[in-house]
Every structure is written in C-alpha cells, then in structure tokens.
Design a protein around this ligand. Sequence first.
Ligand SMILES: Cc1cc2nc3c(=O)[nH]c(=O)nc-3n(C[C@H](O)[C@H](O)[C@H](O)COP(=O)(O)OP(=O)(O)OC[C@H]3O[C@@H](n4cnc5c(N)ncnc54)[C@H](O)[C@@H]3O)c2cc1C
Length: 347
Amino acid sequence: MIFGKTKAQAYDTAIYKCAADDLLAARKVEILFHALAAGVVMNGAHIDALLVETKSGRMAVRSNFFIDCSGDGDLASFAGAPFEIGDADGNMLYPTMMFRLNGVDPQMAGEAWKTIPALMDEAEKRGMRFPRKGAIVRPMKHETEWRVNVTQLKTGNGRAIDGTDARELSAGEIEGRRQALAFFEFLKANAPGFASSYVVDIPPQLGIRETRRIGGRYSLTRDDVISCASFDDTIGVNGWPIEAHVAGDVVWDWPDIPGSRGFNHLPYRMLLPLKIDNLLVAGRCASMTHEGQSAARVSGACFVMGEAAATAVHLALADDVDPTGVDVRQLQRTLSKNGVFLGMETA
Ligand SMILES: Cc1cc2nc3c(=O)[nH]c(=O)nc-3n(C[C@H](O)[C@H](O)[C@H](O)COP(=O)(O)OP(=O)(O)OC[C@H]3O[C@@H](n4cnc5c(N)ncnc54)[C@H](O)[C@@H]3O)c2cc1C
C-alpha cells in the first residue's frame, strides 16, 4: 500500500510475458509480432485496412473495427483523428531509461527509497549532477532485485525527447544507458546494501511517458483526477495521482487522502476518437488532457481501457453498431461480470 489508498504491485517481467502469451493463446487470439504499423487505407471516415511492415513483406490487415494501443496513437493519427501533444507550449512529460539491479543486500538497503534522495543531495553539494531529483529505487518481487527509475532524457535545447521522432529516440536510448550506468556507479559507491549489486537489465527501448493524446468524445482532466470524478459511462477506475515528469524533477499531486475515495472513474467516451467511425483508442494515447494523462497513463488505467475497448468491440460486432452506438449499460454489466471494478459502489 502506497500513498494511503493505492496498492502497487511489482511483477516479474519475464514471467509476465509468458503469462500474456498464455492468456491470448487460451482465447485463440492470432498474434503477429514484429509488425510495424505504417499506414492505413481509408474509406471516408472508415478505416478499411491497416498497413504493416514485416520481415515477410508489407501486409494489409482488414477488420470491421480497430483498437489503437500503440501508446503513440500511430493508427489514429494515420487515419486523420485529431490529437494533441504536450502542454499548451508543447512540452511533454520527460522519458526515462529504467534499469534493474540484482545482488542488493535487502537488510542493509532497508527503506533505501527514503534515504537515497538525501544521499543525492549530499553528492550534489560535492559537485555531482543528476539528470533529475525524485529517484524511485524500490525492490522487485525478489528482495535482492531492485528497479531504478531516475534518468531523464532531453534534447540539446532541454525539452523532452520526442517519442515519435526516430532520431531523438535513438539518441535518447544511448544517453539513457549512459545515465543508467552513471547512477549505478553512484549507488554502488554510496548507498548501503548496493556495493555488490550488478545491472541485470536495461530495457530494449527508452520508456516514453507521453506523445500524442487523441481527441475523443471526452478528455479526462486534472480536475477529474484530483476530485475523484464519477462518470455515468465508467468502464473502470484510475487510482494513481498526478505524476508530472517535468525538467529535472517529478511533481506529484494527490486527491484528498484519506478524505476522498482515492480514485476517479474512466469514462467510455475517452476511448472514442473524433472523426473516425470504426476506431477505439486505449492506453496512454487515449483522450486526456496533458495533466489528466500524467495520472491515468499508468498501467492500471491502461489495462482498464484495453479491456473496455475490446469488450466494446465484441458488443459492437454482436449488435452491428459503431463503437459510439454500443449499449453502455450492457458494456458495464459485461465488464463487471468479468471482474472489472467500475467504482460505482462508492460515492
Ligand atoms: C520509465 C517509466 C516508468 C513507469 N513506471 C510505472 C509504474 O511503476 N507503474 C505503472 O503502473 N506505470 C508506470 N509507467 C507508465 C506505464 O508503464 C505506461 O504509461 C503504460 O505502460 C502505457 O501503456 P500503453 O499500452 O498505452 O503503451 P505501451 O506500453 O507503450 O505499449 C504500446 C505498444 O505498442 C507498440 N507499438 C507502438 N507503435 C507501434 C506501431 N506503429 N506498430 C506496431 N506496434 C507499435 C509498442 O512497441 C508497444 O509494445 C511508467 C512509464 C515509464 C515510461
């Protein structure tokens, strides 16, 4: 339990992949890995086919409905859906190259996430510089394995690396690995319990927090998060506060804890992009303002949106309607039956 009313669960990333394969195989989902969505064939406001580039050549994927879970809203933008990037000045949340350590002595490390920021402050007084404040250094499921979320990637002029720009992504990835190793050396030398640790994993890609946010029938806002808003068309909840990765720091803002219930509803309308009639968008590119997205971009809310989008498509196919014509009460009943917490029971 962290932040008073939010539960956080670290998981084993290798086993997670296997569990995801099993889940999809059990539902007879046909998977095509190693396929990069690169364009669309449109028929007015309707997506006729998604074009993908693969090792076996270019393919067209035809379907009645499409769900864009690319994080970047690639499909929605190819199709011509409206989108926004960043705040009013175009500033996006900064990306991070995370890494995992093993060989940490958990007894010596203790609650290191509380003491490491002070160690960083002391080191700064000695002239050391870190990419950002607000280091998140926490144990994984196995107590000797820890994750480190501390790097921050920017361009030469100081703005966030743009996750839709291939050149910036490449430069950010290299700089991210450099920053990861530099912080690892700092931990080894300064943090109790980390002297014998070693880097067990650096992700294959830079962690991007924000790129395109698709304009939909409703955009989740900062006020919705802070006021724990309710919506009639709830498809699940977000229990994460505002976590804004700004230049050199991480700025948090919470709903009233313990006074409030600690979560906001996510409305179905945030999955429905404007101007395209057979597309839903789920995940960090769904319809949210810059500040709303800095909360509901996290994985719990993304799971909720993904499940709701797929369930809505199932109902749309059965009823022969567009996603906007889905019976929302039936969607909610189906989600609830499948174990989704809609958050309607608490005021
Ligand atoms: C550094 C970092 C730390 C975080 N820590 C936490 C945390 O501790 N807890 C938490 O809950 N959340 C955390 N988050 C947030 C959370 O992980 C993400 O916001 C969330 O995973 C986004 O999910 P998504 O499905 O929308 O997008 P993604 O997870 O980005 O998935 C998008 C997928 O689409 C694929 N894709 C993209 N474009 C194309 C294309 N054109 N063709 C084919 N495939 C494509 C990508 O390869 C990717 O597999 C963190 C994020 C970052 C960056």
